[in-house]
Design a protein around this ligand. Structure first.
Ligand code: AMP
Length: 287
């Protein structure tokens, strides 16, 4: 296995990518904020199935955090990330500084205007603008054939797909399944903030999603009933502070009134358990 390159500058990543391209290699990009877990590694593995070389970006992006959010305390451990990525045969890690990505005087943003307004966008108003800006920078830096994202952040994935269509990026966007802990909690870098008690309570998210899925399979198609069911279930937990529960059409992210057969919908939930904000989702479908 050849060594994993660590690259921290835009010029460096341009040179590296030029060399890969001139040797005929296809490139997969996995954008991350580091503190990696098996969810991230599943994207790396899928990337190496699809392309010759995988590049992972490891950068906690300041522009997607509001001032009161957890940018400064977001977990970071680059040495651990590097080892994990080396073990998984990653060709290069792009690990720039904040100043490299956002030099003094930087004043350009990329914004998807509509599907960013609801759900995550309602509770984190500048979040998606930061995400699309940094992903756009990464696309320009790496010019990947394929970019991989997790279904865990389903709205983010839909926003990126929209940006790629609207800006005519010649990049295939691949959305990968949610990787979970053995007990069902969706893996997340932020899970380390949970106390053991909150860690147990957090299972209510997955449980309520699974029970809602059952309800739909038993014939319930009214999305208000399903949403109310999830709200009530999570509401039984005193520590839970709900941001939203919603059912939307999978691709457009438009609100769904009924579950129609043979169509995919997302049931999405965002909720604080103690100080930790968690998100989860599942697909609803009946045939
Ligand atoms: P993050 O480092 O949290 O910004 O995540 C980087 C990428 O990994 C995003 O595309 C996430 O959706 C994806 N990801 C995070 N957690 C998971 C998970 N549990 N399963 C699958 N993908 C994930």
């Amino acid at each position: 296995m050849s060594e994993t390159e660590i690259i921290s500058t835009i010029d460096g990543i341009h040179d590296y990518v030029r060399k890969l391209r001139s040797s005929g290699k296809t490139i997969a990009l996995v954008p991350t904020m580091g503190y990696l877990h098996e969810g991230h590694i599943s994207l790396v593995k899928r990337g190496s199935d699809l392309c010759d070389s995988v590049i992972v970006s490891d950068f906690v992006n300041p522009s997607q955090f509001a001032p009161e959010e957890d940018f400064s305390t977001y977990p970071r451990d680059f040495d651990r990330d590097r080892k994990l990525l080396e073990e998984n045969g990653v060709a290069a890690i792009f690990h720039p500084s904040k100043d490299e990505m956002y030099p003094q005087g930087c004043q350009t943003f990329v914004e998807v205007t509509e599907i960013t307004k609801k759900l995550e966008g309602q509770f984190r108003p500048i979040h998606f603008r930061g995400v699309t800006t940094v992903v756009s920078m990464l696309f320009n830096a790496v010019r990947p054939d394929v970019a991989l994202f997790g279904r865990k952040d389903a709205q983010q994935a839909a926003v990126i797909k929209k940006m790629v269509r609207d800006l005519h990026y010649d990049i295939r966007v691949e959305i990968c399944p949610i990787v979970r802990e053995a007990d069902g909690l969706a893996k997340s870098s932020r899970n380390i903030y949970l106390t053991p008690k909150e860690r147990g309570e957090a299972l209510i998210l997955r449980k309520s999603l699974l029970e809602a899925k059952e309800l739909v399979l038993k014939g319930e198609s009214n999305t208000c009933v399903i949403v109310d069911f999830v709200r009530a279930k999570v509401g039984t937990l005193a520590a839970a502070k709900m941001d939203y529960v919603s059912i939307v059409e999978e691709e457009s992210f438009e609100d769904a009134g009924r579950i129609e057969p043979y169509r995919n919908y997302y049931l999405l939930i965002a909720c604080k358990i103690g100080p930790v904000r968690l998100i989860d989702n599942c697909i609803l479908r009946v045939e």
